[in-house]
Write a protein that binds this ligand. Structure first.
Ligand SMILES: Cc1cc2nc3c(=O)[nH]c(=O)nc-3n(C[C@H](O)[C@H](O)[C@H](O)COP(=O)(O)O)c2cc1C
Ligand code: SF4
Length: 676
């Protein structure tokens, strides 16, 4: 018997799952004549499926991608199957020899598209007379407990497959529900069911009548569990035990040599991917990226500019544009989840997603206190570092700004208003970035110091390509968010991230969006390359040069020149600011913020607008100044100072050449990979 575990993946999770399943199966079939192989779908000859011997089952482990469709590697398999299924010339029992089962991987946050592709594969193969050796199971990476949780689904599915495979080896019958018979020929119950699709963890649904019982109880080993027990069911201990078991299985199988892994090069991104808001795996992942986690859904991270300004080596663009003291700025988020899968996301697609809040909500007080504590602990590590004076160290400990822009969608957090109240009570300013998918939450958001909206694309098509949103009405939501922004009276900012080859050609569309949202400011920045993984479409070639950003900004400013003008530049981060002309008072830009005034306005409870807490912009920050946005009170550090000072133009040229070479090399590598 040859068991083929056939996987498709976009970003690597499903590959890991397939390997775990195969290792477990191989271990359990050890000592029989069965061989187990893990095969990447691109390496598999699909035309051989109809001829496959019933003795050589195929276990599909398939991910779900955009609009519920297949990952790129399985696109042709999807169309092969569909063609075969609907082509009247193909016999309806053409897969009658095939013994199979499907483990689908997807995220229920995608509603009706949850595991759509694996479900279709399951349906089509059944309709062409393929025979289940075990019930197909659909796993939900969006929950951390319950029967459709990835770990539980994997364990159930693998267990059922093993049972049938052992029965086949022993010449016994088997059924899709995992029971065996004494008959020598296989008896197959050709039906399957999704493991408790209705199972949800949200408080809301619990209120809607969820009684804490999973299915009929059979899913949990015959027990009926209540909600408290679910916590234990998903406890770290159980998971650790499972993991250890899986690792043992992999090691033993590899030792015994009945497991073969056949896949295409580096098929996908690395290891541990995500399930739920801060599950043990996600925690590890985020901590590896330098996040300090608070409670069950919040994070804080020390920004490089905080460290830089602590040493008086320069602040971030927010220092240049708005007078933020970067060394007193805490970067945090009360929601690591969001409703997108942006191509340029810093979290390398490991983010939990949802179209609404559906997790336990920690108290705002605990998040604010926890974030301050962890932020200060990171600042403490800067004590004694060259350039950090006792004054600046003390200022660093005394947080004055909070950038709610780390990752995730902060306004999804149900207590966001209470959260910003707590910041303001502590005289901490609030800069909040939202991703333009929740107009109703923007509407109900209280006045904050500065409200950002990410305007990632000028057209529906490129928004879909860049942000890869969950909502099907994402474009309508995007526009509704702009309408809400237009109604806000305190400072509003459009944040444009230019991605070469994706959105830089949409000048006129952007101009229309600015006219619609009427923001006070438009910040434009080139996308930052942060080592995107897996099949992420971005490469260094998508990162625009500073001059390209400047050219774009000049053209955009020209389009909206009746009301806006370029005001500031921070060359170091390729960022420029276009401001509404009302901030140019008597010929002087007033893009900076009077923070004490903002706090006294909030405390007064009086009505106020963005014109009530402004401050003049220093000359060095103004566009056109030869200091290019670098604060002259600080000392710039060049990594290659000698070279730069000796021949600044030549040095810039070299940097440019190096970037171009890197971009060309990436393109060539991608082309070569595509050809393989
Ligand atoms: C751009 C994008 C779109 C997705 N669309 C869906 C979808 O429509 N339905 C679904 O069930 N899961 C969807 N997912 C969730 C993935 O199936 C899930 O993240 C899975 O763990 C990815 O597995 P992989 O790492 O093997 O590619 C999507 C993920 C991404 C990144
Ligand atoms: S909205 Fe933010 S956190 Fe969510 S995917 Fe996009 S960049 Fe990442």
């Amino acid at each position: 018997m040859k068991v083929t575990v056939l996987f498709s993946t976009q970003e690597g999770t499903t590959e890991t799952i397939a390997e775990k399943a195969a290792a477990d199966i191989a271990k359990r079939l050890n000592g029989t004549d069965a061989a187990v192989e893990v095969v990447h779908i691109k390496e598999f000859n699909i035309d051989s499926l109809p001829k496959r011997s019933p003795n050589d089952p195929v276990l599909f482990v398939l991910t779900t991608y955009i609009d519920g469709g297949p990952a790129d590697d399985a696109a042709w398999f999807g169309s092969w199957l569909e063609d075969a299924r609907f082509d009247f010339r193909v016999s309806k029992d053409s897969l009658s020899k095939l013994r199979f089962s499907v483990l689908g991987v997807g995220d229920s946050a995608y509603d009706e598209n949850w595991c759509l592709f694996p479900r279709n594969v399951d349906t089509y193969v059944s309709e062409m007379a393929g025979v289940h050796i075990a019930k197909s199971v659909f796993a939900d990476v969006g929950v951390s407990n319950g029967p459709s949780d990835l770990d539980a689904a994997l364990a159930d599915w693998t267990g059922a497959c093993i049972k049938s495979l052992l029965a086949m080896q022993n010449g016994m019958g088997y059924s899709a529900d995992g029971s065996t018979t004494e008959e020598s020929a296989p008896t197959v119950v050709d039906e399957f069911e999704v493991l408790d699709e209705e199972y949800v963890t949200s408080d809301e649904e619990a209120e809607d009548g969820f009684d804490g019982v999973i299915g009929d109880g059979s899913d949990a080993g015959g027990e009926v569990m209540d909600l408290e027990d679910l916590g234990a069911f998903a406890s770290a201990g159980l998971k650790a035990a499972r993991k250890a078991k899986e690792e043992d299985a992999a090691a033993a199988a590899a030792e015994d040599g009945n497991l073969v892994i056949r896949k295409k090069g580096a098929a996908a991104g690395a290891g541990n991917h995500t399930r739920e808001m801060i599950t043990p795996n996600l925690r590890k992942n985020l901590e590896k990226q330098g996040y300090k986690l608070i409670g069950s859904h919040s994070g804080v991270k020390l920004c490089r500019w905080t460290k830089s300004q602590m040493r008086n080596n320069g602040g971030c663009y927010k220092h240049t544009f708005y007078g933020i003291e970067s060394h007193r700025c805490m970067e945090t988020t009360p929601s690591l989840a969001c409703a997108n899968k942006c191509t340029f996301c810093w979290r390398h697609q490991t983010n939990p997603v949802g179209v609404e809040w559906r997790w336990k909500a920690d108290l705002p007080k605990d998040i604010v206190e926890g974030a301050l504590e962890k932020h200060r602990a990171m600042i403490k590590q800067m004590r004694g570092v060259p350039g950090v004076t006792p004054e600046r160290f003390q200022e660093g400990m005394d947080v004055a700004h909070c950038a709610l822009s780390l990752v995730g969608e902060p306004i999804m957090y149900p207590y966001i208003n209470e959260f910003v109240d707590l910041l303001h009570e502590k005289s901490i300013s609030s800069f909040l970035v939202t991703n333009a998918q929740f107009p109703e939450l923007i509407r109900t958001l209280k006045p904050i110091t500065q409200l950002y909206i990410s305007v990632d694309a000028g057209t529906k098509e490129s928004l879909k390509k860049i942000d890869r949103p969950l909502f099907s009405d994402f474009w309508e939501r995007y526009n509704a968010c702009l309408d809400e922004i237009a109604k806000k009276e305190q400072r509003t900012v459009f944040r444009l991230t230019l991605v070469k080859g994706f959105n830089v050609d949409e000048l006129k569309n952007y101009a229309n969006l600015v006219r619609r949202g009427k923001p006070d400011f438009v910040e434009v920045k080139g996308v930052t390359f942060c080592g995107y993984t897996g099949n992420n479409p971005l490469t260094m070639a998508n990162v625009p040069f500073h001059e390209e950003v400047v050219d774009f900004v000049k053209m955009l400013a020209e389009e909206i020149s009746d009301e806006y003008e370029i005001s500031c530049e921070h060359a170091h981060t390729c960022s420029l600011l276009i401001s509404h002309k009302k901030f140019k008072i008597n010929g002087t830009w007033h893009t900076w913020i009077d923070y004490p005034k903002f706090h006294s306005l909030v405390r007064s409870g009086a009505h106020f607008t963005s014109m009530d807490y402004l401050a003049p912009t220093p000359e060095w920050a103004v566009f056109g100044d030869n200091r290019k946005g670098f604060d002259p009170n600080m000392t710039r550090v060049y990594r290659n100072k000698a070279k730069y000072e000796g021949d600044p133009e030549g040095y810039k040229e070299k940097i440019r050449d190096a970037k171009l070479a890197a971009a060309a090399a990436e393109k060539a590598a991608a082309a070569a990979a595509a050809e393989l």
